[in-house]
Design a protein around this ligand. Structure first.
Ligand code: ARG
Length: 456
């Protein structure tokens, strides 16, 4: 089959080379963006009198007919035509005849592919922002039901201080909020238009790059044609933001796995989000959070993969850049799938408030509060810390918790202790009194919730 670029060649392309260099098997996903970019280009060519209005109309009609056929799965893309750009151009020429060959005037596949990627990633970035909002809404819903649910708060995965479960969940809300902000900010740069940069140096035709940029909803044109065709920063940025989102998702996933274990039993994931074992009938496995945790790996891999492809590439376009696609598509699919699962999984999980409360009633996570108690009675914190450390040791030896020690015993350690200590040690007071801004005190959590609700 003759190639669109076959003029200077005397031999057929080797079959293996054809398959090795072709990208149609994966870049066909860009077909819509490719046609959108071409429609803008051809409109501009005609308004700048580079091609006639009549030819432009024929080409636009042809492109739209092809778009419809692609939507209805009526076209066959071929490896002989290498990539989505040349496949569509070939389909156009088959559809409307040689006039279709005018479409590529003043354009190269290099600015064309970059344009497609900008359009694709803008759409996907917006969709990710919406999906993150859905997860945030699910977090808010669970948080609302659990303002007064008390759970051990950990540092070093050792019981530290009890917290409101809503507070713990909302920590993830803010991670995701920053993720959304980063994605939103990246749209500024995704919105630079490479179209009209040509192969690398611009074109001899009197094109209007501002016009195509505007038609495609871009806010700025790349000021340098060489940068325009060789920039893949916007993809690296997306992969990097996606990596951080997956980091956040995997941290939450890990907590869900731990919390749903027999040892913790803090939550139970809905049956619809778990799977069984082929041998052990009793098993209910948290496969979904486990996979969320694991899929983080491929997203990081895609980021490192692209950075490595770009590293040391001379200007301007190099075929290496074709390798920007599969990792990006895979990241989009992974992130999309992960976010779509996370929201309903959080929404449907059962929170075992009793188990959580039982946990905080059987630990020393109220120790800081008696230290603070002595401080309010005038003792320097460091001295109070020392005394409470001794009391904890005493309690451990007595196989008791702090609420189980008698006032007489407390007073052995310090005469400052009085009956009110038992009220202060109650988990609800330990949490409730942490009323500093952004703290876990119930009032603070309510303020935080109200703020979070305004953002989704
Ligand atoms: N399929 C190519 C890619 O994805 C399109 C650009 C090809 N340009 C070229 N000069 N060979 O990068």
């Amino acid at each position: 089959m003759t190639k669109l670029w076959g003029g200077r060649f005397t031999k057929q392309t080797d079959k293996l080379v054809e398959e090795f260099t072709a990208s149609i098997s994966f870049d066909k996903i860009l077909a819509n963006e490719d046609i959108e970019g071409s429609l803008a280009h051809v409109k501009m060519l005609s308004s700048c009198d580079i091609i006639s209005k009549k030819d432009a109309q024929t080409i636009m009609d042809g492109l739209m007919a092809i778009q419809l056929k692609i939507q209805n799965d009526e076209v066959e893309f071929s490896v002989e035509h290498e990539d989505v750009h040349m496949n569509i151009e070939k389909l156009l020429i088959d559809e409307i005849g040689p006039v279709g060959g005018k479409l590529h005037t003043g354009r190269s596949r290099n600015d064309q592919v970059a344009t497609d990627m900008h359009l694709y990633l803008r759409k996907q970035t917006k969709s990710m922002i919406e999906l993150i909002s859905e997860v945030q809404k699910a977090i808010i819903e669970q948080a609302k039901k659990n303002i007064h649910t008390i759970i051990p708060g950990y540092t070093h995965l050792q019981r530290a201080q009890p917290v409101s479960f809503a507070h713990h969940l909302l920590a993830y809300f803010w991670m995701l909020e920053r993720d959304k902000e980063r994605l939103q900010d990246s749209i500024k740069r995704i919105n630079w238009s490479p179209l009209g940069a040509g192969a690398l140096a611009g074109t001899t035709f009197p094109i209007d790059r501002q016009q195509t940029a505007e038609l495609l909803g871009f806010t700025k044109v790349y000021p340098n044609s060489m940068d325009a065709v060789s920039d893949r920063d916007f993809i690296v940025e997306f992969l990097s933001h996606a990596s951080l989102i997956m980091t956040h998702i995997s941290r939450l996933a890990e907590e869900l796995v731990i919390w749903s274990s027999q040892e913790f039993q803090f939550i139970e994931l809905d049956d619809a989000f778990c799977t069984g074992s082929s041998i052990m009938p009793q098993k209910k496995n948290p496969d979904v959070p486990e996979l969320l945790r694991a899929k983080t790996g491929r997203v990081y891999g895609n980021l490192i993969g692209l950075l490595t492809v770009l590293k040391g590439l001379p200007l301007a376009y190099n075929k290496d850049m074709q390798e920007d696609k599969e990792g990006m598509f895979d990241t989009v699919a992974t992130l999309d799938g992960s976010l779509r699962l996370l929201a309903p999984m959080i929404e449907t999980m059962t929170v075992n408030q009793d188990k959580m409360y039982a946990a905080v009633s059987q630990d020393f996570s109220n120790a800081t509060d008696i230290a603070d108690y002595l401080v309010t009675k005038g003792l320097p914190f460091r001295q109070a810390h020392e005394i409470i450390g001794k009391i904890v040791l005493f309690a451990i030896n007595q196989k008791k918790y702090l609420l189980g020690i008698s006032l007489e015993d407390y007073q052995q350690f310090s005469p400052l202790f009085e009956e009110d200590i038992y009220e202060i040690l109650q988990p609800k007071n330990v949490v409730g009194t942490r009323n500093s801004e952004g703290g876990t005190g119930f009032n603070q959590v309510k303020i935080q919730l109200a703020y979070a609700e305004q953002l989704v």
